[in-house]
Design a protein. Structure first.
Length: 155
């Protein structure tokens, strides 16, 4: 798992206040536990503006991977998730708050870029929302997001 304090919602909030949320996202994605430095490069080149962290409803996220009963693009067997999801669920049940999800706003949808295991662990633990950071390709996309979601706050 990534460093709890360095990659917590509070750390993301502090990075946002300092105007370095994009750097925080890149550092998080490259960290052990996420191990997704390639995604950091891709998102860094595509998403120009970041907001958050804010709490987003899990059922509004368009997920890449997950169990067959979840709204996902690529359904997976529970066995394919390994022990990661079970571990996350257990930790959430014990009061752990996972790092914020990395989400992009595309064509009026919240697309989960990083955090499929965390979302599933949270969902199994009974959570309905999760801390998230949201990336936007343009200022216009950001404005459309605000029109639908209202002023961005921290939940």
């Amino acid at each position: 798992m990534p460093d709890v304090e360095e990659f917590s919602a509070d750390a993301a909030r502090a990075a946002a206040a300092e105007g370095r949320l994009a750097d925080w996202v890149s550092e998080f994605l490259a960290s052990p536990g996420s191990d997704n430095a390639e995604l950091a490069v891709i998102l860094g080149g595509r998403l120009r503006r970041w907001e958050g962290p804010l709490r987003l409803p899990l059922d509004r996220l368009h997920r890449l991977a997950g169990p067959p009963e979840a709204p996902v693009l690529c359904p997976m067997d529970d066995d394919d998730w390994g022990d990661d999801v079970d571990d996350i669920q257990d930790q959430v049940d014990d009061g752990w708050e996972p790092p914020p999800l990395v989400v992009s706003w595309r064509d009026g949808q919240l697309v989960l870029e990083d955090g499929n295991h965390r979302v599933e662990g949270l969902r199994r633990a009974g959570a309905e929302e999760a801390w998230s950071v949201v990336g936007f390709e343009t200022d216009e996309a950001h404005d459309r997001f605000l029109e639908e979601w209202g002023p961005i706050g921290d939940g």
